[in-house]
Write a protein that binds this ligand. Structure first.
Ligand code: ATP
Length: 259
């Protein structure tokens, strides 16, 4: 049974306002298996974030079905965590308190809460920074906190919307590698929206290419690169072939518009 099953999804914004209606997604069907890492690429405004928000339960489909574990998607839940490009941390809380925030809502004893905090601080390599505030951290560190905070809820679906988009390229590469290491320690299913084809190839089991708005599925490319992935892969011939294949599909689709 797929963890996420989208069938003929359609999303119209401002449905009742004829002048400002936007058909964001149309006839979008996709099955995602447990523990799969799926990246979504496509032209700007094609509905990538909208699909992610629908899986999160933050947007409702206009028609079609969206099932999670065979049940209609409901309200947002801690089992579906989101990491956005903007770090969205609580500025008044320390690294440790930001990470412990989700579990603290579940009335977990203080001792266990500390254990959870310690585990995820270790996982994202922020030892020594647990008592810092977000403004005292670099962009990469803030995003590590955001990932740890999402994982501390032990989600079974991790939704990531351009999470590394604001980072410099070296930090971005490091975080891509770290994310894969972390993901391999979990049973999380990851849905990862990105504008970077290189990033999509490096991370994903499958790359979904969406068409121009209204977003439909243009193509799905399985990435059969071995795991665990490693930095040198970026320059391998096989990697380049995947990148080139995807670029051709996307370029054909976008024409002169921006990705
Ligand atoms: N709340 C909203 N109300 C009205 N229109 C919206 C809303 N959210 C998104 N849209 C529109 O729906 C379309 C899809 O937007 P979405 O953000 O999903 O695209 P995207 O592929 O993630 O774009 P980008 O790559 O630029 O982030 C866009 O035309 C956008 O303007």
């Amino acid at each position: 049974m797929p963890v996420i099953k989208a069938k003929h999804l359609r999303k119209i914004f401002n449905e009742n306002q004829t002048n400002s209606q936007v058909v964001a997604i149309d006839d979008f069907s996709l099955d995602i298996k447990k523990n799969e890492f799926v990246a979504i690429v496509g032209p700007s405004g094609c509905g990538k974030s909208t699909f992610l928000l629908m899986v999160a339960g933050l947007e409702k489909a206009t028609s079609g079905t969206l099932l999670l574990h065979d049940k209609p998607v409901g309200k947002p839940e801690a089992s579906r965590a989101i990491v956005f490009q903007e770090y969205l941390l609580f500025p008044w809380k320390t690294v440790k308190s930001n990470i412990e925030f989700g579990p603290s809502l579940q009335k977990i004893p203080k001792k266990d809460l500390e254990k959870i905090g310690r585990h995820y601080i270790d996982m994202v390599g922020l030892n020594g920074f647990e008592n810092r505030f977000p403004h005292e951290l670099s962009g990469g560190m803030k995003q590590r906190v955001a990932i740890a905070r999402a994982l501390a809820n032990e989600p079974d679906i991790l939704l990531m919307d351009e999470p590394f988009g604001a980072l410099d390229s070296l930090t971005r590469e490091s975080l891509q590698m770290e994310l894969l290491t972390i993901w391999q320690q979990t049973t999380c299913t990851v849905l990862f929206v990105t504008h970077s084809i290189t990033e999509a190839v490096y991370l994903a089991d499958r790359v979904v290419v969406m068409s121009k708005r209204p977003g439909r599925i243009k193509d799905i490319i399985p990435i059969n690169l071995e795991r665990p992935r490693y930095r040198e892969m970026y320059v391998s011939n096989e990697f380049r072939e995947y990148e080139n294949m995807l670029k051709e599909i996307v370029w054909k689709e976008v024409g002169d518009t921006v990705l």
